[in-house]
Design a protein around this ligand. Sequence first.
Ligand SMILES: [Zn+2]
Length: 91
Amino acid sequence: MNEWQTWEQASIGLRHYRMRKLLGSNKPLKCPCCGMIKKIELSNKSHNYLEDPSDWQYLCHQCHSDYDMKNNSKSTFYEKFNNLFKEKNGG
Ligand SMILES: [Zn+2]
């Protein structure tokens, strides 16, 4: 992991990784969107991947997919990236 990179230099995958570390214990048990107790994932709200915790949210996989379909025109790319990221990090 390229820890020395600045936020601007970091890839989208690395930004997810860093933000997950930053938010850490704030991860909820229930999905804040649908209220279901499911595996929760980190999702970026604006898809600008900002170094700002308020630009990120925790959602279950289904709500995350729905959110990105509605809000991210690059959803096909994102889905591919997300699967790749899971393989590398075990979710
Ligand atoms: Zn949900």
